[in-house]
Write a protein that binds this ligand. Sequence first.
Ligand SMILES: C[S@@+](CC[C@H](N)C(=O)[O-])C[C@H]1O[C@@H](n2cnc3c(N)ncnc32)[C@H](O)[C@@H]1O
Length: 418
Amino acid sequence: MMFGVPVPVRRCGGPCPQPDVKPYASRRYRIFSFATALLDGIYARVVGNLADRIAVRIRARGPITFADYMETALFDPEDGYYTTRASLGFEGDYVTSVDLGPAFGRSLARAVADLWTLAGKASSWDLVEAGAGRGILMRDLLGALERERPDAARGARPAIVEVSPRLRAQQSLALEGRDLRWASVAHSLAPIQGIVFANEVLDAFPVHVLARTADGVREVYVGEDGGTLVEVLRPPSSPDLRWRIPESVPLGGRWETSPAAEGWVASLAAALVSGYVVLIDYGGSESELLTREGAGTIRGFAQHRLIADPLSEPGRHDLTASVDFTAIRRAAEGAGLRFAGSATQREMLVALGIREATARPSTPIEQLRAASRRSAVDALLDPNGLGAFQVVCFAKDAPTEGLRMFGGARAESAARYP
Ligand SMILES: C[S@@+](CC[C@H](N)C(=O)[O-])C[C@H]1O[C@@H](n2cnc3c(N)ncnc32)[C@H](O)[C@@H]1O
């Protein structure tokens, strides 16, 4: 809470608002001639917004999977949310832990220094943030590392993996004066020896949405009806997807799965030669996600408000889904990483000493600042908000025992993402 006000986060605590499952539209889609599609495309490019362009594409080639739709809405080179519009922070569409002040970055700096120590205190090592938003976390983390652990900071080679040109520009402002490398894929930074971390990035990867219907497993596609984007159900776009929906998803229930997020984790693993990958996000294990009674978790955000219909105004708002950490662990281990522990964000931050006492403020203004810092820490630890986020760490050619960030939570957590 910030002064008693809950900080709105993108996490979805219970079943999220979902449009009803619509029956598969049986009418055949009109097949446009190549010339018509071309003209439509030119028309949409000249006058249309992203929704128009998607509708044109669907009219020409048929419905697209929800995953394709989400990919386009977020990352279309001309109109995608992250490409051109992403606005983070209190003035923007949503806040993340990093917007609540430097305590989060300082705690992560401690985790990073611990991992650097465990991995053998290399004199030169990589510190890579993947998906760095406005660059605030990297800025806070580097600052805290320099103050608290200059021995570790001295040899750090910071780098950012970022796909959004808009956010890259903001990152370079936040990190002005620092010697930093940027890449759009981890592979370009390989071989990485050190630590890779990502806060609230996995949730931005496109998900395929599967539905259990009386006719069997179906996938949610996005179709078009009179210019409006609508859901349609079709057989899964690839045979593999059919088997991804857990048996216990009830009739009418939905399951989201992100081969793209899994592939991305595997790409981090491939670029890492030795060290750690730390991932923080909302979501849970497969069984935790199943307790949502089969409802999906996809949601949109604009100006801190939930968007009721994720198909409305693509590109103009954030789209996100809770992370299936069981699938992420499977992908990480399949790509050669070893599980090193997991905890909630609350458990991790407390283990790293976020609540540690500081000098008693003596002046009224210092007391006010101290109260504001305490509120920010309370929000980071809120068990119904940011504190419930999941933190997971994987290792490659580095020790997996003795990670302070997981304190006593390691044994319990070992079974968390079975
Ligand atoms: C929800 S924001 C989180 C930003 C920041 N980590 C924070 O906590 O405030 C997601 C970030 O991941 C980036 N991103 C999304 N997909 C990515 C990918 N495939 N590779 C690298 N960055 C990605 C976005 O551009 C954005 O910077």
